[in-house]
Design a protein around this ligand. Structure first.
Ligand code: ADP
Ligand code: MG
Length: 359
């Protein structure tokens, strides 16, 4: 369907320096494929999508779409835009139009679709994304998740052959990520060809037929979700997919600013979509520090989260200690901790001892 060869894109700064963002991108996208594009920020993911629908044309290489060279001089850009839809992070809805008007604007204006027919199609699409009821509402009255679903319906209204999503859930409140991903999952089931840039690793693993791991302006590794997530061939891919998010706090004494740590832990949980774990994490921190390890300062408290395995842990580490602080603690209090987490791991480290709670 789409063959990309030796694609390059560079930006020239006002001072004349050249930044090469896409260095040599090569890939083939087949009909019905759901490809997620992952990779560190700045690796060129958005630039690749924008090159694909000619929003920001590449500086070199070729893109062949159904046998046609879309970078050839004179290729009608609007034709490509109709065939390739794009959904952005920040919705870009027209605020002065109702939801339905947003959805049918382009088909009426560009495809000259009859208004009655367009309305019917618009309502069908809104039903598909669960927003039939909001047809006459204005975007300002919608939640972020609803706005993004309208944006998806609007994109579908042009009957694209391919849809490009650029971090469609990144600007959403964590509670709304699921509803948008669920709409994308449905599109995948319907056989829509899609290229999705996302940081949602679990979603990427579940929904994709293929994953592109981008780094430094190239598709550094390309494979099935199993390959990329379980047996990546290259070490940078492995490091990226297995990366563990963490926040670390050095607690010197009881005078430590625990309130500040609390807000950091909350932010951490929101950022990595585990908001539902934050109350528990905070209760456990308090109970361990007050009831079990109150004589073990200084200690290091760490919260870690692996997006791939979805394991979240709270570590309490003390240097120069060779046995578990739980041994001398009140058994009832240890039992209480045990009941609040999945598992307690007590283990020596190279410098001391660690109590790890899986939450
Ligand atoms: P990603 O989406 O993977 O985070 P981008 O494709 O947005 O990465 O950007 C890759 C690099 O290109 C970044 O270093 C960014 O600063 C640079 N870049 C993107 N757009 C422009 C632009 N219009 N002008 C100059 N540099 C840009
Ligand atoms: Mg981007």
């Amino acid at each position: 369907m789409i063959t990309i060869s030796h694609l390059t894109k560079s930006f020239t700064d006002p001072d004349g320096s050249v930044l090469q963002v896409l260095k040599d991108v090569n890939c083939v996208i087949n009909p019905g494929e759901v490809i997620t594009v992952i990779g560190p920020s700045g690796s060129g993911k958005s630039t690749l999508l924008k090159a694909l629908n000619l929003l920001d044309p590449p500086t070199g290489g070729s893109i062949i779409f159904d046998g046609e060279d879309i970078l050839a001089k004179g290729y009608p850009v609007h034709k490509m835009r109709q065939r390739v839809g794009m959904v952005f992070q920040d919705f870009n809805l027209f605020g002065h139009m109702t939801v339905l008007e947003n959805v049918i604007y382009a088909p009426c204006k560009i495809k000259k679709m009859d208004i009655a027919q367009a309305r019917e199609m618009g309502l069908t699409l809104l039903r598909k994304v669960g927003l039939m009821e909001k047809a006459d509402a204005y975007p300002s009255s919608l939640s972020g998740g609803q706005k993004q679903r309208v944006a998806i319906a609007r994109c579908l209204a042009m009957e694209p052959e391919v849809i490009l999503f650029d971090e469609p859930t990144s600007s959403l409140d964590p509670t709304m990520v699921g509803e948008v991903l669920s709409v994308i999952r449905h599109l995948a089931k319907d056989g829509m060809t899609m290229l999705i840039v996302t940081h949602e690793m679990k979603f990427a693993r579940d929904v994709s037929t293929r994953i592109f791991y981008m780094q430094d302006g190239v598709i550094y590794e390309d494979g099935t979700p199993e390959q990329i997530f379980e047996t990546p061939r290259r070490s940078a891919t492995k490091a990226f997919v297995q990366r563990i998010r963490k926040a670390v706090f050095e607690v010197g004494s009881h005078d430590f600013d625990f309130l500040n740590m609390e807000s950091h832990i909350r932010q951490f949980c929101i950022k990595y979509n585990i908001a539902e774990k934050s109350d528990n994490a905070l209760v456990l921190c308090k109970k361990v520090v007050r009831n079990i390890m109150s004589d073990y300062f200084p200690m290091t408290i760490r919260i870690t989260h692996s997006e791939l395995s979805e394991v979240t842990a709270l570590d309490f580490m003390v240097e120069n200690l060779d046995k578990s602080p739980l041994e001398g603690a009140d058994p009832a209090r240890v039992e209480e901790i045990r009941s609040l987490c999945h598992k307690i791991i007590e283990e020596p480290t190279s410098r001391g001892f660690r109590v790890k709670l899986l939450i």
